[in-house]
Design a protein. Structure first.
Length: 386
């Protein structure tokens, strides 16, 4: 008698925002697709299950970064999601972010893993208690940086051996390629950037923790010193829904509207071009995980003015730092890079080399495969399929 067909192994990755196979970033930088695709390659039934707990209201592009065989389910409630998890009986579960959905991954599967998505611990005491209780339930935890691992160990309930440092990969090959000069000139003309104007790039899905107020105040300080600059704000602006005023309205209040260009979401090709059109990249966040944008700046060879978060310590002395709310310091740092191009170039080249060496897609994919499966990275060969 023929033997009964062996049950196919199931991998489920959860998410606290709706997902259609694309997080709205470059394909090689989509960390959800990375894990889902790895497990599909491992011949698991690979599933992404979501409940929109964060409510960003951001619609991602229609093209998928996930392989065709990856299944995606966007549930309308936590109850539906939990019912699905119980019915599927997954073998491996990947929890994303310290939300109710992310932490429930610890209740399912023979193996459960977790990605924190944050460089610091919660400020509220009860949220830290929740992490102290739930995180030890996971078999392994992924941290983007050494700093994140140090923060997690402050909880006092985690074994350091459980925490693996695996950053999100950066598509340095695409971002590091400079577009043709004709393309760059056309882009400057399209957005009204005049000859002689220095370009400051602020790239993000724009929310309040990105501290747009600090960046606009720094822009005003530069303007008051008669420094000719144009600030490019690239990415969807959701400030209006969250704090009642858009980036443009904040700029109008400060009187710097004519020095600001907001583009919204742009194509991958325009993103690449903006990174090479700009003179300095800015991030002033008061909270981040890895902050992919800072590493995209680096991949393109763009000098950076960053807030002094733990997320950015890997750049060492090759960026200029400021407190998230310190517009005066940010303005001084921007002015320094603009007036010391040789220093800016040296810093940018060192950061670019760092990203190429440590954030390469194939390198990170091998580490992620080993992490999910509970194997040693050294035993995983590039492109290997089991």
């Amino acid at each position: 008698m023929a033997s009964r067909e062996r049950r196919r192994r199931v991998f489920i990755q959860n998410l606290s925002v709706n997902y259609n196979g694309n997080l709205g970033m470059l394909a090689k930088e989509d960390c959800v697709a990375l894990a889902a695709n790895i497990m599909a390659e491992e011949r698991y039934r690979s599933i992404v299950a979501t409940v929109d707990m964060i409510g960003l209201g951001i619609k991602s592009p229609e093209n998928r970064h996930t392989l065709p065989e990856v299944e995606i389910y966007n549930f309308s409630s936590l109850r539906e999601y939990l019912r699905f998890m119980r019915s599927e009986k997954p073998d491996i579960v990947f929890g994303n972010a310290r939300t109710v959905v992310g932490l429930t991954a610890s209740f399912f599967g023979r193996r459960s893993v977790f990605m924190n998505h944050h460089s610091s611990l919660p400020k509220k005491w009860w949220q830290r208690i929740v992490l102290k209780v739930f995180l030890p339930r996971f078999d392994a935890i992924k941290a983007d940086t050494e700093a994140e691992k140090r923060e997690l160990l402050k909880l006092g309930t985690l074994d350091a051996k459980k925490i693996s440092i695996i950053p999100i990969p950066i598509d340095h090959k695409f971002l590091g390629k400079k577009p043709a000069q004709d393309y760059l000139r056309a882009l400057r003309k399209r957005y009204g950037i005049e000859d002689g104007e220095k370009v400051l790039l602020f790239l993000s899905v724009l929310r309040e923790h990105k501290r747009p107020d600090t960046i606009l105040k720094a822009l005003k300080l530069l303007r008051d010193q008669n420094i000719r600059v144009k600030l490019l704000q690239v990415g969807k602006d959701v400030l209006k829904e969250r704090i009642g005023k858009s980036f443009g309205e904040l700029a109008t209040k400060l009187g710097v509207t004519d020095s600001v260009v907001s583009t919204g979401r742009v194509s991958d090709e325009d993103l690449q071009a903006f990174l090479h059109l700009a003179d300095v990249g800015i991030q002033s966040s008061d909270a981040e995980g890895q902050c992919i944008v800072a590493f995209e700046y680096a991949a393109a060879g763009l000098p950076e003015c960053l807030s002094n978060l733990h997320s950015f310590e890997i750049f060492g002395g090759n960026v200029l730092r400021h407190e998230p709310g310190d517009a005066e310091k940010l303005a001084k740092n921007l002015e320094y890079y603009l007036t010391h191009p040789a220093v800016a170039k040296v810093h940018a080249k060192k950061n670019q080399a760092l990203v190429r060496k440590q954030y390469d897609y194939d390198l990170i994919k091998g580490k992620m495969r080993a992490f999910i499966l509970g194997k040693k990275p050294a035993a995983v060969r590039r492109g290997q399929r089991r």
